[in-house]
Design a protein. Structure first.
Length: 349
């Protein structure tokens, strides 16, 4: 993606599913002028939805409007609003999945992805989406990550990174039924997930990244008596990754691995399936977790939690993870577009 010059990065903030807590979260984020001053920020979506988010958050946040993505390059640091009219208020039922909400989200995301391809923005940060709404709207992919990859014409391996403070996780498999996991785990996919995590950690300032790989079976297979994936697939993948110069260890039993990581022993963990890492990460910090869409040519982040339909309109949405997702987007955009030598993250901080 082309650099925009030695200025603050350009970030698109997407309001998320219109029926969820996203508009409220974005309003609470934009109210933080100290955070907005770090970038040239465009809040993207329907005018009525942005007004609704402010009302839900008990805020009044007048923003200057831009009429085209190219206008963002001429803006100073701070937030502005870019209207993309997608859906009428009567088409949305607050707190409920529906095709209109999914169609709205997909339309806004397509606009942002096109802007990223042109070099008009350096990163995209979106409020929570609802996968059922996206699929009801016709999305043919398992999740939004694979939608992004399709729109950006990415052919290689993609995978979500989940981030909590200084601990990152990657998955070998993600949004598939649990009964399909063992078949989907291959040495090639483990190595690719490990390599992607290593590259992302370097980009985020970890030098060198310390990565651990989780086992699939209880007690890492108990020497083959409780499963042979560790011996036949996971272990060889770790050894080949080490031979290629990556600081990676494992496979380790998943039930103790996150205890070691929480104590600071590792920067990243490669998990075998979705809940193996997500349960641990959300227990450690549900209100701070972030998802980074890995394998894409543009930085894309979002909170790790969902649309929280049960609290829509109650001014109860905690913006902590939204703030973290925005901060990561800004930091990675700065690291990519404007600096080739960011300082390493302190291990003791």
């Amino acid at each position: 993606m082309p650099s925009l010059g030695a200025r603050e990065p350009a970030i698109a903030l997407v309001l998320g599913d219109p029926a969820g807590i996203g508009p409220e979260l974005i309003a609470k984020l934009v109210a933080r002028k100290d955070l907005m001053s770090r970038a040239r920020v465009a809040v993207v979506g329907d005018r009525w939805l942005w007004q609704l988010g402010q009302s839900q958050a008990g805020l009044v946040l007048p923003l200057p409007e831009i009429g085209a993505w190219a206008d963002l390059a001429r803006r100073p640091a701070g937030a502005c609003f870019f209207p993309v009219e997608t859906v009428a208020p009567a088409e949305i039922t607050p707190g409920a999945s529906g095709p209109a909400g999914g169609k709205s989200a997909l339309q806004v995301l397509r606009s942002c992805l096109a802007a990223a391809v042109r070099g008009d923005i350096d990163a995209l940060c979106f409020a929570p989406l609802n996968k059922l709404s996206l699929k009801l709207a016709g999305m043919e992919f398992a999740d939004e990550l694979h939608f992004f990859a399709h729109e950006l014409r990415v052919k290689g391996f993609v995978g979500e990174f989940n981030i909590l403070g200084k601990l990152w996780t990657a998955r070998v498999t993600s949004h598939i039924p649990l009964r399909q996991v063992s078949v989907a785990i291959t040495k090639e996919r483990i190595k690719e997930a490990t390599s992607r995590l290593h590259s992302a950690l370097l980009r985020a300032g970890f030098s060198p990244p310390r990565i651990a790989v989780a086992a699939l079976n209880p007690h890492a297979g108990e020497g083959g008596t409780c499963g042979r994936e560790e011996i036949e697939i996971i272990g060889p993948a770790v050894e080949e990754s080490r031979a290629e110069g990556l600081a990676v260890l494992g496979p380790y039993p998943a039930d103790t691995l996150f205890v070691r990581a929480q104590a600071g022993e590792f920067d990243g963990i490669v998990t075998m399936y979705h809940d193996q890492g997500q349960i641990a990460m959300k227990l450690m910090g549900f209100r701070r977790g972030v998802t980074l869409q890995g394998g894409l040519p543009v930085v894309v982040t979002t909170p790790a939690h969902g649309t929280a339909f049960e609290i829509v309109g109650q001014n109860r949405a905690d913006p902590g993870a939204m703030i973290e997702a925005y901060g990561l987007a800004v930091a990675m955009a700065e690291n990519t577009a404007f600096s080739s030598s960011k300082p390493a993250i302190s291990r003791s901080a």
